[in-house]
Design a protein around this ligand. Structure first.
Ligand code: SF4
Length: 352
């Protein structure tokens, strides 16, 4: 494999090519990833999102890594769907601490009809604050995807988690194809896609390659690609999983950057367990997005102030979210309409 970095957008990556990238000497891989990164992004800029759990626990799915599954006893307290107003308050605080995107996650197999009006109100309210919006609510049919898009949702997160070959070892309650269909519905509705996976679940290097090939060979690359390191939670089937070599994690980030040159590659769950040097190496490998906030849904995450200090030491600045004047006016109108609904019991919902 030549040391020349390929900066073109491709959707035809072969397994041999991707496995060859994984097997490059570390310095050569990092060089290629940096070259691709610099050709497409400001290398000293990182996008910051905040993640809020709008409905916690009691999920019927059996994802082996997840403390929110009702099947595992992890001591997690389940919470009902958060009130719309509370979500907007959380978003306002996230914006004040520098986030440009507010991601809302619900532990559902898929949203029910009765939930949709609440979540679409959340989207409108958060967007009205001038934040980009993202949601992860499980599987979506075409109509649900369209309703979210119509409400103004910018991104939908739905991860593939791992390779198709290893997937059945991790989840049995929904298929890989189910996930691909949800992603297709999201695209069809015109939303941006946030889709990645988790490493360190006992998969082989070929599975990490397999996941990245799935993502890179989609008709359009996901705009956001979260790469999560497994957070081992007591009570889940993966609680005793052996640690992944940190260099293999960095390699996964670097290969994601090379395969999807224009996507934001997000350093996601597992950052709490990484020292500053490893996080800096992830940025060098091409990661250019993180989550701020003390929790990622239910697992710990470094405090925002620690991130800001690391950014300062590394000379990293945060990406800003520019909204155009006409969008700003439109959003002000939406916000006013929501404020006028303060007495509407639907706004202060009593969702079950
Ligand atoms: S990862 Fe999502 S779908 Fe899977 S158990 Fe957790 S909350 Fe449910």
């Amino acid at each position: 494999m030549s040391a020349q970095a390929n900066v073109s957008i491709r959707h035809d990556w072969t397994r041999d090519e991707v496995q060859a990238l994984f097997q490059l000497p570390f310095a050569d891989l990092m060089y290629q990833a940096q070259t691709v990164h610099r050709a497409n992004f400001d290398p000293n800029q990182v996008q910051v999102s905040t993640l809020c759990s709008i409905k916690t626990g009691a999920c019927p799915e059996d994802c082996a890594y997840c403390p929110q599954s009702a099947r595992y006893d992890t001591g997690l307290e389940r919470e009902k769907l958060m009130k719309v107003e509370k979500v907007i308050e959380e978003a306002r605080a996230a914006k004040a601490s520098g986030a440009t995107r507010f991601c809302m996650g619900a532990a559902w197999r898929s949203p029910k009809g009765k939930d949709m009006p609440y979540v679409t109100d959340m989207v409108k309210g958060v967007k009205a604050l001038g934040l980009e919006t993202c949601m992860t609510l499980g599987m979506l049919n075409e109509n649900q995807a369209q309703d979210l898009a119509d409400a103004g949702l910018d991104y939908y997160n739905h991860n593939l988690d791992t390779s198709p070959e290893f997937y059945g070892d991790i989840i049995t309650t929904r298929t890989y194809q189910d996930r691909l269909e949800t992603l297709a519905n999201v695209r069809k509705a015109g939303m941006k896609v946030c889709c990645g996976g988790i490493v360190g679940m006992g998969e082989e290097e070929s599975d990490r390659a397999g996941l990245l090939i799935q993502l890179a060979n989609m008709p359009e690359h996901p705009e956001s690609v979260p790469v999560n390191m497994l957070v081992k939670v007591q009570g889940t089937p993966l609680a005793e999983q052996a640690d992944l070599d940190p260099f293999d994690f960095i390699r996964t980030i670097a290969v994601a950057r090379i395969l999807m040159p224009k996507s934001h590659v997000r350093l996601s769950a597992g950052r709490e367990e990484m020292n500053e040097q490893m996080q800096a190496m992830a940025y060098l490998a091409g990661a250019n997005s993180i989550f701020y906030g003390e929790k990622l849904l239910t697992t710990p995450n470094p405090e925002a102030s620690k991130d800001r200090m690391l950014f300062k030491r590394l000379g990293i600045h945060q990406e800003s979210y520019e909204i155009h004047q006409d969008e700003a006016e439109q959003e002000a109108e939406i916000y006013q309409a929501l404020e006028e609904r303060q007495n509407d019991p639907f706004f202060y919902n009593a969702a079950k």
